[in-house]
Write a protein of this length. Structure first.
Lengths: 323, 506
């Protein structure tokens, strides 16, 4: 009985997505084409990657507002290192970076900032909202400092491949987002730490009394979120062949929207990574469809907002029915 | 009203009954409150005192029986109506807003308004000063409540009641958190209020206080009124005798054998209250539990029962003293350490502390022993389900399946899931805090049987309970805790409700 209702809830968003696809394909003959399909997938891949990390954070009952800024910083770090390297004038040393080196360094920066978020939240008991809001500002400031406020462009073909290339007929960003989603789905469902993430969000006190190291797990999820934001930043930069200092603005809201539409409770403890992918797909298809239908960008925002509201209201109603 | 005037009945409750699902909290209780009198109400934990007060103060609207105020039948729809009618209640947990001033708290919800529609602070502060002056609390009306001591906060609560012209003030354990000096001030105040004709309903565990302030006494037991009489002439023993003798109707047979091997040894454990070096939650606790033994710990509210279990379980790393498990000294500063050392802890509040309500039975059972269900580093659903199925069977958990959400289980079955969670860790010692609270009588008996079986299998068990009959029936040995100290120890054969209660009352 509970299984059926749980499955119904899962199919609810799937049904919404299917309806949207059906309606859009009737309204526009450009919508249901292979090309446009890849287009949508490529567009949402960055949001999917960030939202997967956000899902882990939200499952613990937290929130991460800093992902957009970390994305920009990581992109700028990768681009800067790749283009200019690091010159230590005092010791007359110049370090050049390969693509792999620059990417790893950028990922490390993202993970480090996420780790910092986790420390502030667990050791200094700053609410996640405030801690990551502060990081949103700080990471954006660091991006400006690093780049001098100018885009860093001309990063070479090897790097651009990560954002624009195809492998076995599938765009690179899609490969990466699918890998991230697979790994995090297994992590959340099949590993100890995944189980603990759900437990903490469900009841932090009971988790602590069951011997879970709550602080360690929270630090882990914020580090993950930072790392994944950095990966998103690398992809955005590679796609545009340019690191924009104001990249990723508002991305934290898009990813929270995907998580929420995907049925994850902001209170923590309930939800799933595949749900979030579905949420990101719904937003992506909606964006794409509205553009194809020439809906004014102003209306697009209004409609997106309404969809978020609708998703949550339906979710609440079905949660109530279950009880 | 003056002292000489005849004391008359102002509040009269007739045949009050209140039922909760599975429990009868009150049954045909009569209560007459006279003006200008302190009416004390005593009874064990769970005797129905709080329920009765919640009915009188309008918190509960559904009950059987009738209440008369000045001869008029009344039925309050909410606490505000009761306050309007002149009945104020001062709860054990004070209901003040810490970040507001004393005056704002006293006039909360009925702030005086000036002709522009703004709050008239002048009037509010003047009135506050008057009432504080009467109560001899020498603080400015603008003081923030958070900066007051608990005793002072209590007087602010009384000020709030008085500014409402309350004629009946209910005080629920008012001295549980305040110093001796403040108690003296409070008692002087109560005498003064009574001389002005106010009726006080005074709920307490502390019999000494009764003789200091009380005049009339009502004793409740198992939701029934045992006696109601004048206090004069009653001895402490008389009162204790009236309080004890509850019947939990269990048909439980104990058949486990206690071994001589000590499994848990607590030595010189003390737990200071945070920020204070002179006040303690626990003081110089020494205790031991043998294999196969059920050690009962009885204490009244605030005696330090829960703190004791929490400290053993590593939740208060600031505590002093040490712990030995099976003869080896262990350092326990977190639940992780405690579990590794072989201790399990079933907390008092299973929903807030024991279970993760959003999870399935299987997930809850494996939570504290997740290493057992790992296979090649990943969670094995098969192993997890086998583990859950084993305990569902062993503890007779009534469920539609291992995937059922624990939220939808009954209280008794939820408690069994918590027990299963700990048994799955194969503990040497199990700490049980009020394991039968809020579960029905059949489930209670099942839990007693489980405790018996666990002791039989060699576990050392500490059972904290505020229910005397329960502790007498299950425990092999009983320690009594009072104000953070162990005040008595009885073997089961020599223990009686009276002896235990006497040792427990501070």
């Amino acid at each position: 009985m509970t299984k059926i209702t749980a499955n119904l809830a899962k199919y609810q968003s799937l049904l919404a997505l299917a309806t949207m696809i059906l309606v859009l394909s009737l309204l526009s003959d450009k919508f249901l084409t292979v090309n446009n399909g890849w287009n949508v997938m490529r567009q949402i891949s960055v949001n999917v990657i960030i939202s997967a990390g956000m899902t882990l954070v939200i499952l613990t009952g937290g929130i991460d507002l800093s992902v957009g800024s970390i994305l920009a910083l990581a992109g700028a770090v990768a681009a800067g290192l790749l283009k200019n390297g690091v010159a230590l004038e005092s010791v007359d040393l110049f370090i050049g970076f390969t693509v792999l080196g620059a990417v790893l360094a950028a990922a490390l920066v993202g993970a480090a900032l996420g780790f910092f978020n986790g420390i502030v939240i667990t050791r200094f008991k700053v609410p996640p909202f405030v801690a990551t809001l502060a990081m949103l500002t700080m990471a954006r400031g660091l991006t400006m400092l690093w780049s001098g406020g100018f885009p860093i462009t001309g990063l070479g073909k090897t790097f651009a491949f990560w954002g624009t290339g195809w492998l076995f007929g599938i765009p690179m960003p899609v490969w990466i987002s699918v890998s991230v989603v697979s790994i995090l789905t297994i992590l959340s469902r099949k590993t100890k730490i995944g189980r603990y993430i759900y437990a903490i969000g469900g009841n932090e006190r009971a988790s602590q009394l069951s011997g879970l190291n709550v602080q360690k797990i929270k630090i882990f999820v914020y580090t993950c979120a930072g790392l994944l934001a950095a990966i998103g930043g690398i992809l955005v930069t590679a796609r545009l062949d340019s690191a924009q200092p104001n990249a990723g603005m508002g991305y934290e809201l898009d990813s929270i929207a995907a998580v929420v539409i995907g049925g994850t409770s902001l209170a923590g403890g309930r939800g799933s990574i595949p749900g979030t992918v579905l949420g990101a797909l719904i937003i992506g298809v909606l964006n794409n469809g509205l553009v194809l239908l020439n809906v004014s960008p102003f209306w697009q925002q209004v409609i997106k907002g309404l969809v978020i509201l609708l998703a949550v209201i339906i979710d609440r109603a079905s949660a109530k029915n279950k009880r | 009203m003056t002292n000489n005037e005849e004391k008359k009945i102002i509040l009269s409750a007739k045949k009050i009954s209140k039922r909760f699902p599975g429990v009868t909290a009150l049954e045909d209780v009569d209560l007459d409150i006279k003006s200008g009198q302190v009416h004390a109400i005593v009874g064990e934990n769970g005797a129905g005192k709080s329920t009765l007060m919640k009915i009188l103060s309008g918190v509960y609207q559904h009950y059987d029986g009738q209440i008369f105020l000045d001869g008029q039948k009344i039925a309050f729809k909410n606490p505000a109506e009761a306050r309007q009618a002149g009945i104020a209640i001062i709860h054990q947990e004070l209901n003040l807003l810490p970040h507001m001033s004393v005056a704002e708290n006293i006039f909360l919800g009925r702030e005086p308004i000036n002709r522009f529609g703004f709050i008239d602070y002048n009037k509010m502060h003047t009135k506050t000063r008057t009432v504080l002056g009467y109560l001899k609390l020498d603080i400015p009306a603008t003081t923030l409540v958070s900066s007051l001591r608990v005793g002072q906060q209590q007087i602010v609560e009384i000020a709030k009641a008085l500014s409402l012209d309350a004629r009946i003030i209910i005080m629920d354990e008012p001295t549980s958190a305040i110093s001796e000096q403040e108690v003296a001030i409070l008692f002087a105040l109560i005498k003064d209020l009574v001389s002005k004709g106010v009726a006080i309903i005074y709920i307490t565990h502390k019999l000494d206080e009764l003789y200091k302030v009380g005049e009339h006494l009502t004793v409740l037991r198992d939701g029934k009124r045992v006696d109601s009489c004048l206090l004069a002439g009653l001895s402490r023993d008389d009162i204790v005798k009236k309080m004890v003798g509850r019947d939990i109707g269990n048909y439980f047979v104990k058949n486990h054998q206690t071994s001589q091997d000590v499994v848990l040894h607590v030595v010189e454990m003390s737990l200071p209250q945070s920020g204070q070096s002179t006040r303690f939650f626990l003081r110089d606790i020494n205790l031991h539990v043998n294999k196969g033994e059920v050690l009962g710990i009885f204490g009244l509210m605030g005696a330090g029962r829960t703190e004791l279990l929490e400290t053993i379980f590593g939740l208060h790393p600031e505590a002093t003293g040490h712990i030995k498990i099976a003869g080896h000294q262990v350092s326990i500063t977190s639940p992780e350490h405690a579990i590794a050392a072989g201790i399990g802890y079933v907390p008092e509040d299973r929903k807030r502390e024991g279970l993760i309500l959003s999870m399935s039975i299987a997930h809850c059972v494996s939570l504290a022993c997740i290493a057992q269900i790992l296979q090649y580093g990943f969670l094995s659903t098969a192993r997890e389900n086998r583990l859950a199925a084993k305990y569902i069977d062993k503890l007779n958990i009534k469920t539609s399946g291992i995937a059922q959400n624990v939220e939808t289980l009954s209280g008794g079955n939820q408690q069994k899931v918590v027990l299963a969670k700990w048994l799955a860790t194969h503990p040497k010692v199990l700490l049980l805090d009020e394991p039968t609270r809020g579960i029905d009588i059949n489930a209670k008996n099942e839990v007693y049987q489980i405790i018996n079986q666990l002791a039989q299998s060699g576990l050392g068990i500490i059972l904290v309970s505020s229910e005397l009959p329960e502790i007498l029936a299950i425990a092999d040995r009983i320690l009594v805790l009072s104000r953070g100290r162990i005040t008595a120890e009885y073997a089961q054969q020599e223990a009686s409700e009276e002896k235990i209660l006497k040792a427990a009352i501070p």
